[in-house]
Design a protein around this ligand. Structure first.
Ligand code: PRX
Length: 665
């Protein structure tokens, strides 16, 4: 792998090792670095399958595997014959090792309430809630949908599912009822776990009402569990809906008494399904990405250790993503807990009550490792350095970045102003499909370059290829993965054909990630963003086609084309080109109504920043919309934040270009 990216120059990855520890930990810090030995790269290269087996050995297995890997492209089975339980690995084994009093989570509510939960307490909650789920009829293999704010009960629900072998499908709390319904239907979930609401920007967001709207038309759901968070009146359907606390203390009128305190962890096969997580693809229908048990846990635990140079006994790890996305699944819940680390869960937004909220959290909990998205970092840059400067951030040791390309300016600002020029920055590339980090520097080992994700982590195989699928050693191309990896998706739920077609058909024998990348003259990897019809807004994936179908669902719209245009803060912004049905107005009010319509069908993250009304959309002779051209138009002009009417000049230009280059796209 390391030879692959540097092939042709004679250089190996060892040439990029730091000679010295350029970023020494703060004085008094006990140095027990887990990755300070650079030979990790060569060991992984010599025997990558054996290397992964070594990582899997760090987990507790009820029964050891018979075979590390069986690989029949595009289907991998890792640690076949092995048996384990994810919640046992995340909880019981730490308590049994005498670490039950270690804090698993510091929970910081947006209004300022806080709670710390030890490993022992978390295990107790999970055992009880696992029994609650069983009491509601949930069995091994059943799907449980989860629609919650960022509260500890969300992690408890996931771990309880894992304990009894049920499959969770967490739907981001910012998604609309329609989006939730589609995911419940696709997975045929039996139970939905939600909350009365969550706090965001000082307001109680009523989640349960959204859940009720979603549940109209989901025959598979028999029971709904509602955690109390915001209080006030909440509509409850008798017989179907239950309060979390009443189920837990035995006072629920329907369920029979208090749940048992103990719940034996289900013995799971390494390849049993752990969870589904829906992500946007290039069509309007989201894909249910399947992650299994042994390989997934192996890679999330390993990457969480080596990429962040984790010391579980002393670190406080804060991944500021939402658990509704894969980042939160892997680096708030499964990776950190498998490693017995202490984590932070923060419920709200960074500007509530003031723009220094994050930095007050870092100071309060003495956070040592912070993992955040470039959009957040760029937002903090805009707000000004006075907010972080007002706080003691000296506990920080390692800074992570994830979700979108980080521009060198933001990288440097992060390193200097947050890391106070002391902390290495690790830019980590991965995807919902990869399940865990694939490309990243290792702190203390890899010399970094602002803006570059540097090299594949030990164990993975990455190559950039040209149109013909030939590896390029310098310059740009398509990012591909050349070997199976333990946390890889095992498929798309209910759609094996789409799995093969989407990931394995573009280049023979390779997984195509959908991203463009380039290798610079020093052999460093730079991620260039998506090259398919997927946008990346604030580090969140949004499908152009999904937004287009939401737009044409609006009665005024005849046709719509959506592109992601470069945006200084959010990476990309959604720009919609719309032609209306004849006689329909093209005023600001229509634009606003279209934007609201998209937000209500998908969720606020999919709301177009700009709607451009145009008489016609540029098309090839075969009738395909020329999105590339629209992207140029969107990026070449300051279109403003809201609705714009494309001026005739632009439309003429679009038409002219469309005519001179037929067959494009
Ligand atoms: O385009 C890449 C971008 O995010 C996509 C994956 O999105 P999602 O599945 O939602 O997972 C996001 C969190 C892992 C990728 O195809 N991406 C992710 N990390 C980076 C990135 N782009 C550049 N640099 C990164 N570090």
């Amino acid at each position: 792998m390391s030879e692959d990216v540097s092939r042709g120059t004679g250089a190996t990855i060892e040439d990029y090792f730091l000679e010295d520890r350029r970023f020494p930990p703060p004085a008094g810090f006990k140095d027990q670095a887990v990755v300070s030995d650079p030979s990790i790269y060569s060991r992984a290269d010599e025997d990558w399958v054996g290397f992964w087996a070594e990582q899997a050995d760090d987990l507790d297995w009820f029964k050891k595997w018979d075979e590390v890997l069986s690989w029949e492209l595009p289907y991998a089975r890792w640690f076949d014959g092995g048996q384990l339980n994810v919640s046992y690995n995340c909880l019981d084994r730490h308590v049994l090792a005498g670490n039950g009093e270690r804090v698993a989570y510091y929970f910081e509510g947006e209004p300022g309430d806080s709670r710390s939960i030890t490993y022992r307490e978390l295990l107790e909650e999970v055992e009880k809630f696992a029994n609650v789920l069983k009491g509601l009829g949930v069995k091994k293999g059943d799907r449980v949908a989860v629609y919650m704010p960022m509260i500890p009960e969300l992690a408890v629900t996931m771990l309880s599912c894992a304990r009894i072998g049920a499959v969770h499908s967490v739907v981001f709390g910012g998604f609309s009822p329609d989006a939730l319904r589609g995911r419940i239907l696709d997975a045929e979930a039996r139970v939905l776990v939600t909350a009365d609401g969550g706090w965001r920007r000082g307001k109680a967001v009523p989640l349960k009402e959204g859940a009720d709207a979603a549940l109209a038309g989901t025959p598979s759901v028999d029971h709904v569990v509602v955690a109390r968070r915001v209080g006030g009146s909440t509509p409850m359907t008798p017989g179907r809906d239950h309060w979390w606390d009443e189920l837990m203390d035995g006072s629920d009128p329907v369920a029979g008494g208090a749940p048992d305190e103990h719940c034996e962890p289900e013995v799971m096969e390494a390849e049993d399904l752990l969870y589904l997580l829906y992500t946007s693809g290039t069509t309007a229908k989201p894909k249910g990405i399947m992650h299994t048990t042994g390989g997934y846990l192996t890679q999330v635990a390993y990457t969480h250790k080596v990429v962040f140079d984790l010391h579980p006994e002393s670190d406080v790890f804060w991944c500021a993503a939402d658990i509704g996305w894969v980042t939160g699944h892997s680096y708030i819940v499964y990776g950190p807990l498998a490693n017995g680390a202490t984590g932070v869960i923060y419920e709200g937004t960074p500007d509530t009550p003031g723009k220094d909220r994050w930095w007050s959290i870092v100071e309060k909990y003495r956070v040592t490792i912070l993992y955040a998205a470039p959009t957040a970092i760029r937002t903090f840059m805009k707000w000004g350095v006075e907010y972080p400067e007002a706080h003691d951030l000296s506990s920080l040791r390692v800074l992570g970045s994830v979700g979108e390309p980080i521009n060198p300016e933001a990288w440097i600002w992060y390193q200097e102003k947050i890391g106070r020029a002391r902390c290495p920055v690790v830019d980590t590339w991965w995807q919902t499909e990869t399940g865990a980090i694939m490309i990243s520097p290792l702190p203390g080992i890899t010399a970094t370059k602002p803006g570059s994700a540097t090299f594949p982590i030990p164990g993975t195989g990455v190559e950039v290829v040209d149109d013909q699928g030939e590896p390029v050693t310098r310059g740009g191309g398509y990012l591909t993965l050349t070997r199976p990896w333990p946390a890889m998706l095992r498929g798309i739920y209910g759609d094996p054909e789409r799995y093969k077609e989407t990931y394995w058909s573009r280049f023979e024998g390779r997984y195509f990630a959908g991203d463009g990348a380039k290798i610079d003259d020093d052999g460093y990897l730079w991620l260039l963003g998506r090259i398919d019809d997927v946008m990346n807004v604030s580090g969140h994936r949004v499908s152009t086609t999904e937004v287009e179908s939401a737009l044409v669902d609006h009665p005024s719209v005849a046709e719509a084309a959506v592109v992601g245009a470069k945006d200084e803060t959010t990476g990309q912004a959604i720009v919609a080109f719309v032609t209306v049905r004849s006689g329909e107005p093209t005023d600001d009010a229509t634009g606003e109504s279209l934007r609201a319509h998209v937000a209500s069908l998908i969720g606020p993250i999919a709301r177009p920043k700009t709607v451009v009304f145009t008489d016609e959309l540029p098309k090839t002779r075969s009738g395909k919309i020329m999105r590339r051209l629209l992207r140029d138009v969107a990026e070449g002009r300051a279109l403003g934040d809201t609705t714009t009417l494309a001026d005739p000049g632009v439309v003429d230009e679009i038409r002219r270009l469309a005519e001179v280059s037929p067959g494009e796209e």
